[in-house]
Ligand binder design. Structure first.
Ligand SMILES: NC(=O)c1ccc[n+]([C@@H]2O[C@H](COP(=O)([O-])OP(=O)(O)OC[C@H]3O[C@@H](n4cnc5c(N)ncnc54)[C@H](OP(=O)(O)O)[C@@H]3O)[C@@H](O)[C@H]2O)c1
Length: 337
């Protein structure tokens, strides 16, 4: 019998999570029921959304119950299957959990992927890249020559969003939280970078976008959104990807005081979830793969090793200490202590 080692929620975090909010347990892996597969996970995704699921509040997915495995996207190999669409030995990606083995029936985003380049397929050429593509093309409808502003621009989604916007022919400005991140953005070809921790946001945005912003790819919400709205152009679009700036204090989100600009400049502000746009994802994937092949899209990964590193990896991501896509790599069948 296989024994599953997994990271579970021990208690709900107050503010920024700490490692002690998480626990480790072991349970037996059940044989798959009809329609199910068992996956030996190789890569776990570390996502800001996980922070939201640690709170007991309604969201687009239910809260993680105390004692349950931490929900996340994973990539791994099918080691038992009662689903002909996912035969033994194939590689799959989908929403499962921070654990060595996942029993999966019907998971969000579940699909077969190639077994090589696993990290890439969880980052720039996977969910993060697909999210950036949907936000820019479907929600933002970016046109060549427009000005695109991206927040959390050095992160998993932001770094791809900026690079895609450049490929689409836009002028691209990024907002990030350190000088090293701003230097990384300029290295990726961004036209300008703003440090939200040291610069006056409103005036820095005006200086970097003198003609105004056509599309704001919002990963952060809160005070960054408040500073961006007055700089939006007539008929500007705000693609609301996430609001990570509020996730650690969701009971007291920053009250955005500039919403009247939506009327002044007839701005469209629309939230989205990547996997609601399934009909576009094959094209998005083909674009991402092609751009990576021809060198126009450079994936950036921040990979940790070992299941136990997952909680600290999430904390580091929320604290702004990571660049690119944060992932945890598992060794095949990690030993059970
Ligand atoms: N809609 C969807 O389907 C979908 C899918 C995936 C992700 N998302 C969303 O996309 C956003 C980015 O996710 P990601 O995985 O790419 O994470 P990420 O950008 O790699 O990491 C989060 C970053 O957010 C920044 N941040 C945190 N607190 C902040 C604050 N108070 N003010 C400004 N910046 C802050 C930090 O960077 P700095 O050092 O630059 O501050 C941090 O590194 C999140 O909001 C996430 O929920 C949405």
């Amino acid at each position: 019998m296989l024994v599953n080692r997994r990271i579970v929620l021990k208690r709900r975090p107050a503010g920024m999570p700490v490692v002690d909010d998480f626990g480790i347990d072991t349970i037996a892996v059940p044989d798959p029921a009809e329609g199910e597969i068992v996956v030996a996970n190789r890569i776990l995704s570390i996502d800001p959304a996980i922070r939201g699921w640690l709170d007991d509040r309604p969201s687009y997915m239910p809260p993680i119950a105390i004692g349950n495995v931490i929900r996340s996207m994973t990539l791994g190999e099918v080691i038992a299957s009662r689903n002909p669409a996912f035969p033994l030995g194939c590689c799959v990606r989908g929403v499962a959990g921070w654990e060595a083995f996942s029993s999966i029936g019907d998971a969000v985003g579940l699909e077969r992927v190639a077994a090589d380049n696993a990290e890439r397929q969880m980052g720039a050429l996977g969910p993060a890249g697909l999210t950036a593509w949907v936000g820019l093309n479907i929600i933002g409808a970016v046109q060549p020559g427009e000005t695109v502003l991206v927040s959390a621009a050095a992160g998993a989604v932001g770094s791809v969003a900026g690079q895609i916007a450049l490929i689409l022919g836009a002028r691209v400005v990024g907002i990030a939280g350190s000088e090293a991140k701003c230097a990384a953005l300029l290295g990726m070809g961004f036209d300008a970078a703003i440090n939200h921790r040291t610069e006056n946001l409103a005036s820095a945005i005006r200086a970097a976008c003198p003609e105004g912003v056509d599309v704001y790819f919002d990963n952060v919400g809160g005070r960054v959104l408040e500073a961006v709205l007055p700089a939006m152009k007539l008929n500007g679009r705000v693609a609301v990807c996430g609001m990570v700036g509020d996730y650690n204090d969701a009971d007291n989100p920053h009250g955005v005081k500039t919403l009247w600009q939506l009327v002044v400049n007839r701005i469209t502000m629309r939230g989205f979830l990547t996997y609601d746009h399934a009909e576009h994802l094959a094209r998005a994937q083909a674009d991402l793969d092609g751009w990576a092949r021809d060198g126009r899209l450079v994936p950036i990964d921040n990979v940790r090793d070992g299941l136990d590193t997952a909680p600290q990896a999430l904390i580091d991501l929320l604290a702004g200490r990571t660049i690119g896509k944060t992932l945890v790599r598992l060794q095949p069948q990690e030993p059970v202590p």
